[in-house]
Design a protein around this ligand. Structure first.
Ligand code: ZN
Length: 521
């Protein structure tokens, strides 16, 4: 019945133009019918009601009226998908609000265009994994000129569009300043990932013992809330035996030098993360939030002893951690598979997982986790119940497939632009690509563009790291962003299904299928 009414509205409102009705969004509440439509490139919320029923307060409309339906008339309000209306809609429909994850296994699904979320929602169905549909680092938001509020609103609208009720989280990723927390909190983010890399002393492994000792003595002991001698006694007493799955026992204990190196390397980072945690505690009061600490963007892999030190310190500061993003062995370059020794990766993961089970539990968070297909069987075997896998740029690359297929000339123009901006844009990323391995787009026929640039590791990395330049080029993003958006919306279903299929390959390899979906075979 509600679908009929909605179609009645479309016939009336869309006469002479093409209006898309998102049927899965249709929902009845407070004697009103709510649903989403798309008029050209603009999505709009429609609220239908009889003249005796009032539209819930707080919505702003751009058009109101009534149309004949059956023997009577139905009133309508067409509302823009802006922040004000998203906030009102979140009050009425809790399923479009983000929520804390706790310790459930999760997948982070960043989306730089703000359009891919329906694909993400379709990918997670049938799996025991909690989706973090809004996940954006401060760096990504700066590069795409989107605010935390815009990121979250785009996701709320997409969840409403799909009628998805399974719950999702919002991760303010790689926060480096206290002010980053405030903007994300105001927007309604539920998960906070603190990036400590600016506070780690990367030289600590190289200091000779005398310098190391001086640096250790010089640590800010008042901020560390501990007397130096007590601190030394505390760690010298620590002796942990890890039971490896093969029956082997591995002992972790701190020599004086180990302790000095770990403390000099990480203490400032721990103090910083603790400050961020306490700020969040004050903001949330007794409300729940997810807290992750990341040290993944460092040069050297995190040793098990360093991991033990970090978590022991967070416990000492009473910081409750839901996830820890360590720097693993091997290389996690953007957009391509893992580079490194799989046996070494597995061996170190076993130790890290045992530490997090023993001292948490908290989740092992794997950043730059998209397209790392060779390590997924290992993650699945050792950590699927305590894994947080973060993907981001890969959805953007999948969206470019649609551009390559449907507007080859726009795609070529974009590749040329990316090659020009690559040397500058690569600076803050770990990528080893050689742009000379990329063909000139003018020499590639239409039907081979995808293969040449999106299935080729060098092409993927070039397109991955230049997203910020592409999405902000031209006044108001007209040079590429709006044209990309048009191609994606003109081929909306194909776009969602393409993103969903790719993300599903990640989820299927790392996480467990839910019992219901297994039952369906
Ligand atoms: Zn990271």
């Amino acid at each position: 019945m509600d679908v009929q009414v909605a179609r009645g509205f479309i016939e009336f409102y869309g006469a002479g133009k093409t209006i898309i009705l998102y049927e899965s969004s249709i929902v009845r509440r407070r004697n009103c019918i709510f649903f989403l439509i798309r008029d050209g490139l603009n999505k709009k919320l429609v609220i239908l009601h009889s003249s005796s029923v009032k539209v819930p307060e707080g919505f702003v409309s751009e058009e109101e009226g009534c149309f004949p339906y059956g023997r009577g008339k139905i009133s309508y309000a067409v509302c823009p998908c802006n922040n004000r209306n998203a906030s009102q809609l979140r009050k009425i429909f809790p399923y479009i609000r983000p929520q804390p994850i706790g310790l459930k296994p999760a997948i982070g699904l960043g989306d730089r265009l703000g359009l891919a979320t329906p694909g993400h929602i379709r990918a997670v169905k049938g799996f025991k994994v909690f989706p973090v549909l809004a996940q954006q680092s401060i760096r990504e938001m700066e590069r795409t000129r989107r605010s935390p509020q815009e990121v979250l609103d785009d996701v709320s609208w997409a969840v409403f569009q799909e009628g998805y009720r399974g719950g999702f989280a919002a991760d303010a990723d790689h926060l480096k300043k206290e002010s980053d927390i405030d903007a994300a909190f105001a927007a309604g983010f539920t998960m906070y990932t603190i990036d400590c890399s600016d506070y780690i002393d990367f030289e600590a492994d190289k200091y000779d013992f005398n310098i190391l000792k001086l640096k250790f003595m010089d640590l800010p002991w008042d901020e560390m809330e501990c007397d130096r001698n007590r601190f030394i006694r505390l760690y010298k007493r620590k002796r942990i035996v890890l039971h490896m799955p093969n029956g082997e026992l591995r002992e972790l204990r701190f020599s004086e030098e180990d302790l000095f190196r770990a403390a000099v390397k990480f203490s400032h980072a721990i103090i910083f993360a603790t400050g961020m945690y306490r700020r969040l505690r004050r903001l949330f009061g007794c409300g729940r939030f997810d807290f992750e600490v990341s040290i993944d963007e460092t040069e050297e892999p995190t040793t098990p002893l360093e991991h033990l030190f970090l978590i022991s310190e967070f416990k000492r500061f009473r910081v409750k951690i839901h996830g820890l993003a360590l720097r693993f062995t091997g290389r996690f370059e953007k957009a391509i598979d893992y580079i490194g020794d799989l046996r070494e990766f597995e061996d170190s993961l076993i130790e890290h997982v045992s530490i997090s089970r023993r001292f948490g539990p908290y989740k092992i968070s794997v950043h730059s986790g998209s397209d790392k297909f060779s390590i997924y069987p290992i993650l699945n075997k050792l950590a699927s119940s305590m894994l947080h896998l973060k993907t981001s740029g890969t959805s953007y690359l999948e969206s470019l497939r649609i551009v390559a297929r449907h507007d080859p000339n726009l795609f070529r123009e974009m590749v040329k632009f990316c090659l020009e901006h690559f040397q500058e844009d690569r600076k803050s990323y770990y990528v080893s690509v050689d742009p000379s391995l990329i063909p000139s787009p003018d020499n590639v026929p239409d039907e081979e563009l995808e293969k040449a640039f999106l299935d080729n590791p060098s092409g993927r990395q070039v397109l991955h790291v230049t997203y910020g330049s592409v999405l902000t080029a031209g006044d108001g993003g007209w040079l590429f962003r709006d044209r990309i958006k048009r191609v994606l919306l003109d081929n909306e279903e194909e776009f969602y299904e393409t993103v969903a299929a790719h993300i599903k390959k990640h989820i299927g390899a790392c996480f467990i299928q839910s019992a219901a979906s297994l039952g369906r075979g």
